[in-house]
Every structure is written in structure tokens, then in C-alpha cells.
Design a protein around this ligand. Structure first.
Ligand code: ZN
Ligand code: ZN
Length: 153
């Protein structure tokens, strides 16, 4: 999803579920760690956590609705905080998510390949290929690549 597509999606959901236009900016913010999105009271823009896209569109749209509840209630001068009944009611009406699911945990792994049987092994840390050999055939291991894997929730 591009930033432009994000903006369009937020505008579309705003009209469809809130009957009001979204007239500010919606942007991706990769620095958000545990939250799915954030509404900024000062300039009314919305931040979205790009990692939440990995949770599927249904979840992501639920997050957009949640942030739009803050947005529209705040601009209308109504109770826009989680504890306010107006917020709870609008969230229920629009089908927004109460809490964003925690993003999947990711770890960096190093991939080694056996030069004899070509079996690949993953290790969290660098290994000494002089000492460690292939578990299947005892062949020599060679460093292949470093990658990021998801451990799920
Ligand atoms: Zn919130
Ligand atoms: Zn091997």
C-alpha cells in the first residue's frame, strides 16, 4: 500500500462509515511500535503503523476506524478519549477495533547452507563454521544470507 493509497482508503472509510470527510493527512509511521495508529490533536493528522498491514486488511481497516473515531469526535468537540462513552459508542457503531493487535515479533536470523547436502540451517547468532558442521551429513557449513523472520504474535 502506498502513502497515496492509504490516504484514499482513510478518506473512503470516513465517508462510508462516518458520513463525514477526512480532510487531513494520513501517513505511515514505521516508528510506531505497539500501537496500530495515532491521532495527533495538534494538527489532526493520523499515523498508521505499516507493520499492521501484515495482520490483514480487516484488522487494518478496524485500526483506521478506531483512529477516525478519535478524529471526528475531537473535531466535533465531543468525548474523543478511550474512556468517553461517545468514543465507545461510535467505535461500536462503525466496527472499529478497541485495541490494535500487537505486531508480529520479528527476529534476524543467519542462514547457513551445507556445502555437501545443501541443507539449510537458521541460527540467531553467527556460528563458527570451523567448529559447527551439518547435522545431517557432517559436511561443511557456509554462510548464505541474513533474513528477518516473523515469530507470530
Ligand atoms: Zn485510540
Ligand atoms: Zn549436509
Amino acid at each position: 500500500m502506498t502513502p497515496f493509497e492509504l490516504q484514499e482508503l482513510v478518506e473512503k472509510i470516513s465517508l462510508e462509515f462516518f458520513d463525514k470527510p477526512f480532510q487531513h493527512k494520513a501517513v505511515f509511521n514505521a516508528r510506531l511500535k505497539t500501537t496500530g495508529g495515532r491521532y495527533h490533536l495538534n494538527d489532526h493528522h493520523l499515523d498508521f503503523n505499516p507493520k499492521m498491514l501484515t495482520q490483514g486488511m480487516e484488522v487494518f481497516i478496524g485500526i483506521i476506524k478506531h483512529e477516525l473515531c478519535h478524529y471526528h469526535l475531537h473535531l466535533a468537540g465531543k468525548g474523543y478519549q478511550h474512556k468517553d462513552w461517545e468514543f465507545k459508542e461510535l467505535l461500536t457503531q462503525t466496527g472499529g477495533l478497541r485495541f490494535a493487535p500487537s505486531p508480529p515479533r520479528e527476529v534476524k536470523v543467519l542462514i547457513y547452507q551445507c556445502q555437501n547436502c545443501e541443507k539449510c540451517v537458521q541460527r540467531r547468532q553467527r556460528i563458527n563454521t570451523e567448529r559447527y558442521v551439518c547435522g545431517a551429513c557432517r559436511g561443511k557449513l557456509q554462510y548464505l544470507d541474513t533474513t528477518i523472520i516473523s515469530l507470530g504474535k
